[in-house]
Design a binder for this molecule. Structure first.
Ligand SMILES: Cc1ncc(C[n+]2csc(CCOP(=O)(O)OP(=O)(O)O)c2C)c(N)n1
Ligand code: SF4
Length: 318
């Protein structure tokens, strides 16, 4: 198998002028107003194009797109919460066998699994790890709205520290979510797969280029997309993109790629905004005290410094 760097040598970037006009994920869905997750999904689907075989785990994006009229304009398979990566592996292996036997022609279709953070970081993690380790040629996209939203806002291991959810309610003995967010991109990168990236819908061209890269590289690729959820985060619908921008500017969710093990910062935050700026428009953090915010700031800074060290260690010329 060729390396990711080799596969990307002649990569033609999407620019604001060349954004694909196709809509593999189209109208006819019933996402909430201002949903950042459906926006991220639409952008990702545009970057892949019409030759996509979509595998989608139970979650908001599956529920809102398949009620009475499907919003998917490409082949689409709904799978259970825990097995998006396993089914995507099966689709890939089946397609390979049929091409080998001459039953179908290779039309260059791209297999993409879409799953929420609950499906990815919790119940589907084992299937995902197996698929990455076996080296299937597919892209896995985690649409991270930081909780189990379609079942009523329960915490997941991707819920950030301090956030209020129905299963991490703040009160006399609790600050809300008590654990630090699981670092899924680093878990994916630890499988030594060719391509890992993080993305935010506030940088839509960057998001689309990362998805385009992921599907053009042979072997497994993983993209973690921050996906604002006004309903679960208790923030006004019109602030989704602003939130998706502030999370990066505050260093809470850094944008980076890992290509053949080399870490690349895709947005260097030289003048970060305080974490408080990011938290204050979301009512899920409304109960936090100044000392809690200071604790979050300290950990965010430490995590970002560690990422910079990884960039320097693996990419000394950067
Ligand atoms: C094995 C299993 N456990 C629990 C459920 C119930 N369930 C359906 S969707 C969901 C939460 C999905 O959360 P996430 O993957 O983060 O997607 P979101 O709805 O937030 O987009 C749960 C718990 C299920 N369908 N299957
Ligand atoms: S609950 Fe959140 S993620 Fe789900 S459709 Fe509504 S806004 Fe989008």
């Amino acid at each position: 198998m060729i390396s990711a760097a080799e596969a990307l040598k002649d990569f033609q970037k999407i620019t604001p002028k060349t954004i694909p006009l196709v809509e593999p994920f189209s109208k006819g869905h019933r996402a909430c107003q201002g949903c950042g997750e459906v926006l991220a999904l639409r952008m990702a689907a545009k970057a892949v194009g019409m030759d996509m075989i979509a595998v989608s785990a139970t979650g908001c994006m599956e529920i809102i797109s398949s009620s009475y009229q499907t919003a998917w304009e490409t082949p689409w398979i709904h799978v259970a919460f825990e097995n998006a990566a396993a089914v995507a592996s099966g689709v890939e292996a089946g397609r390979k066998a049929m091409i080998r036997k001459g039953k179908i022609k290779d039309n260059g279709s791209k297999i993409v699994a879409f799953a929420g953070d609950g499906a990815t970081a919790d119940i589907g993690l084992q299937a995902l790890s197996g698929a990455l380790e076996r080296g299937h040629d597919f892209t896995y996209i985690c649409l991270d709205n930081e909780a189990y939203m379609n079942t009523g806002i329960q915490r997941s291991s991707s819920t950030p520290f301090g956030a209020m959810t129905t299963t991490s309610p703040p009160g006399k003995v609790s600050k809300g979510q008590m654990t630090w967010k699981k670092n899924m991109p680093m878990i994916a990168a630890a499988h030594n797969i060719p391509y890992v990236a993080t993305a935010s819908p506030a940088w839509h061209v960057d998001l689309m280029n990362k998805v385009k890269k992921a599907v053009s590289i042979p072997g497994p690729a993983y993209i973690h997309i921050y996906s604002p959820c006004p309903t679960g985060w208790r923030c006004p619908p019109e602030t989704s993109i602003e939130t998706a921008r502030k999370v990066v500017q505050s260093k809470v969710f850094p944008l980076f790629e890992v290509i053949d093990g080399q870490f690349i910062l895709t947005r260097d935050i030289k003048k970060p905004i305080p974490v408080e700026e990011y938290l204050k428009t979301q009512r899920r953090f409304g109960h936090l005290k100044p000392e809690d915010v200071a604790y979050i700031q300290k950990r965010v800074d430490a995590d970002y410094d560690r990422l910079l060290k990884l960039v320097q260690a693996t990419n000394p010329e950067a």
